[in-house]
Design a binder for this molecule. Sequence first.
Ligand code: CTP
Length: 873
Amino acid sequence: MIVILTHRQMDFDALASMVAAQKIFPDSFMVVDGKSNPYVQDFIALAKDRLPFLRPKDVDWTRVEKIVLVDTHNLQRAAGIKEEVFDQIPLIVYDHHPYYGSLTDQMHIESIGSCTTLLIEEIRKMAIQLSPFEATLLALGIYDDTGSLLFESTTVRDVKAVAYLLEQGANLGVVAEYLRKPLIEDQKELLQQLLDNGKTKDFQGQPVYISWAEGDEYVGGLALLAHRVGEMEGAETLFLVVQMENRVYLVGRSRGRGLEVNRIVQTFGGAGHARAASATVKNASVDEILKQLDGELERQAHRINRVKDIMSYPVKTVSPEMKLSEVEQILLKYGHTGVPVAQENQLVGIISRRDVDKAIKHGLAHAPVKGFMTKDVVVVDAGSSWEDVQRTMVQHDIGRVPVLEDGKLAGIVSRSDILRIVHGSAVPTEMSLTRHRSLAMREDILHLFEELPERIRSLLGSAQQVADELGYSVFVVGGFVRDILLKVPTQDLDFVIEGDGHAFARALADQLQDVQVVFHDQFGTARLDFSDGSHLDVASSRREDYSSPGALPQVEESRLRDDMFRRDFTINAMAIAINSIHYGELVDYYGGLRDLKQGEIRFLHNLSFIEDPTRILRALRFAGRYGFRLAKETREGLYTALDAGVLQKLSIERFTEEFMHMLSELKFGVMGESMLLMGVLRKWFGAELPWDFTHPKLNQEISPERKLLISLRRMDKSQFEKVQEKLRLPREIKGIAYKYFDVMTGLISLGIAGEPSEASSYSKEKISLRSLDQYLEGIPAILMEVFLWDERFCDSVETYVEAVNGIHQTTDGMTLRQWGVKEGPDIGRILKAVRLAWLEGKIHTGEEEKEFVLSFLKGGLSNRPKGETTCST
Ligand code: CTP
């Protein structure tokens, strides 16, 4: 004879599995011993006729040829029969609990939601008919063990099995009735004790709810009580220790981030799943078990959440020399979103699919991956906890983190590995972590808002009102956010709207008055120009395909996140919420605040400079402006982009625009030096030009034109022509620069320019003021200033300026005419002679001037005083 056995405390999955096994082995007998859970008992009581059970004592074990064991693989957990008997009898096992030994043909053990499913699959294969009653009971088995197909252990196979049972006539009404049975009196009493005695303890950062209860009589349904307690306490991991009759029952449950309870329960001789397990201990007290449980939890909590336990390995890697096109193939083949780059088992970088795609789009398919990989790889140690890994992922915004063990690449952990673990629980997701951080910053930001000029505060107030009324989410973004956090004065506002940007701009303009609105239809952006010259930009991050006004905040946030990702540097990729409910919340997905604090300019992805080469200049501009440095990766990315020749993609206009932005900065000298040092200028102008960025004036508050001239001062005119070819300078600046070169060439031709040491040897007497006047007379003040700042010319020019300041000439054309000089070139000549006489100290007073003119007139114009030249210029 064949007997079918299952574990004690039979639940619906065990009962259903027995019934299913009997369909597969039609001549078998179901043998049950001990008590089952109360619902199962109820069910059996009602369906007694259809469920013919034998008691172990009714079986002649010597005649048993085969045992079919279901819903457990441990015979000792089955009916209380002597072990010697079993050793002789062949065993067939159907089970879905984790099994770590080696499997034989007769052991059908797979980790799926319910054991019944395994048997139904056999039944289907064998095309065995089921009655509606059987189909209903089997469905009850699956529903019970999978929490109505909601437990994490549920698989597609369980769902398919249910579908099959429904086809066979399973009655879900009956299933529902048995699953939702109210608690019986004894259970209620036990539940009360479990709630009264419970405490949440912390084990290595893992909260675990532990409770205990005692009762004289055996009360079934501990599993259900555990479920109820879990629900009421919101516990992710819970253990119940219950003494009944002479046994102590230990029940463990977990969900979400909870611990794998079977590992703990196993040490008490029990079994089960990671999410649900139980043990029965004889001859022990509740206190002893609680104590032992504490020790075990302490020991295991640390180990269980190590990243090593969840990482994937071995890791597919690529070599640094591999072409991007080949890397693309590998990523496609393996369906990865990124791949580590390794050389001789040492991790040297990582590259994402996004970067590979973009580089290929820019025609770089043949380039080796090493130029585009992220070298500064964020890694985690195999021993770190996965909470740490999650934090790392959020902080660096990376989806894959290589895991190192003893410095070697041991595995990789992806965002989905982590999500799998945290799925279904209230763990902080990236969004909520970001939000969490931002809430902590909110007070500070509101404080900073209070310091803003009244004009900006009222603007923000109006934007808030309009946004609230229109039901749009509105964020102030970019430079404004960066500068407010740096506490530097800030003027221009950029808004990103989750909604119709034009409608927002229009409504805001109506509210503000005295403002001009310009709409850019093709970009969906708008600009408000104020009468004081400041402006406000409005962009919309909602795309055409996105128009539902009631969309979930997460969806909106991810749009904002995309918008931020398109920006240049982390410090420019932050937003502050403006709507009243979120007013002042900082949205910082990419670690902008961290970089502001540590003074780093960091791009958001490796191809940032390739996509938009103006960012090369912007990076150096921001670095110079705030005294920041470029993050290592960003600096390397900048070199890679320069080597790839990206500057050639830039129009002269755009380069000039960026160059002019730099000229308007206080620290132009610093920026220029970095451009020189990094080879930006050589690449752009196609020549090594003698730029000068070391002059102290270049880092002081002087006008952009003055800065430009100083930086050009070491060039000659032909070199300046080269600069001219590649800079579309504004007309006035160009004019003044040409004049500067003319004067400078003249001055140099006088032989007065020399190194500082030589310059001092030029005595004031030696300089011919007359010659200087030839070039310096009447030049714009700006040029005079620039020469005065130039150590090569300053002594001479200063002498000249002093001399010019000493001229108090009163004679003019009118005076000369009164004295009889005819209209014509003579008037100019005489005036010039008078001016030079003043300049050279030949006359000092009005009297002397008059005498000089009269003697000049007496001597006749052709009879000039000695040393005079005709100055026709
Ligand atoms: N931006 C970008 N890439 C560029 C230009 C601009 O990502 N090539 C983004 C940045 O987020 C920047 C915002 O657009 O913060 C606004 O650009 P802009 O007004 O040029 O710069 P600000 O950051 O406001 O800096 P500044 O103080 O120089 O005006």
